[in-house]
Ligand binder design. Sequence first.
Ligand code: ATP
Ligand code: BTN
Length: 244
Amino acid sequence: LSSSVYLFDEVESTNSFLLQNLGQLASGDCCLAERQSQGRGRRGRQWISPYAGSLYLSLYWRLPGGVAQAGGLSLVVGVLLVDALESLGITGVSVKWPNDLYYGEAKLAGILVEMRGQYGEPADMVIGCGINVNLGVDAAAEIDRAWTDLRLVTGEPVDRNRLANAVIRHLQQGLTLFEAQGLAPFIERWRRHDRYLGKPVRILLGESEVLGVAAGIDANGALLLETEDGIRAFNSGEVSLRPL
Ligand code: ATP
Ligand code: BTN
């Protein structure tokens, strides 16, 4: 696949850049920036990215099957990022449903999938990946939770060009497979890296919460929870997963 790569020193958000230029893009095109002035997480949360040293990457993909075909995409991306890291010899990274990578108890990377499209028409997908590579003290001081980066994980500097190359290659190949076959080829790989599988967790649903044991994902990518009332499935739009 030959693709365009839009490279910036600073941009508001690599996701926003692609969303503002959808008309010019082909599947596999991407945007990378050294810094983001308004990096975004899920549901309007902030992704701390004002300092250079990490990887802020967004990739465009067109799904012919439309938004209906997009279920589970952020899970697929999580698996593909783990694969990309493994191709560089970085092992032991786990996935947290629906959109995070962890190492031990600390967040290593986040995924933000945004889509545009009418039902029944092809959909435009923008897949954003923020991978902490070498956060530095200034950025670290701004993050309000347990975090880690690849320098801490591996104990040595990680070449961001090699990392970007591996991530783009794995995303392009993996999304081609996802487009053809959906989530099915990825479910077993998700299980293998699922950090909460078999563990007690709570699901936050707005003000209320549900307790249970995490039981993996279903064919649509919904989170399965074993509760006192049997197995329940949760979709990612509405809820957050937390350890008990
Ligand atoms: P959820 O489980 O609902 O997705 P979350 O707490 O993981 O919840 P996200 O929206 O996925 O929330 O991630 C955004 C959060 O990640 C921010 O609120 C902040 O706490 C944290 N964060 C921001 N920047 C970084 C970073 N560079 N590295 C690690 N964590 C970060
Ligand atoms: C999350 O954990 O909530 C997702 C964080 C996603 C951050 C990446 S960095 C590149 C891309 N551009 C953004 O503004 N967000 C994503």
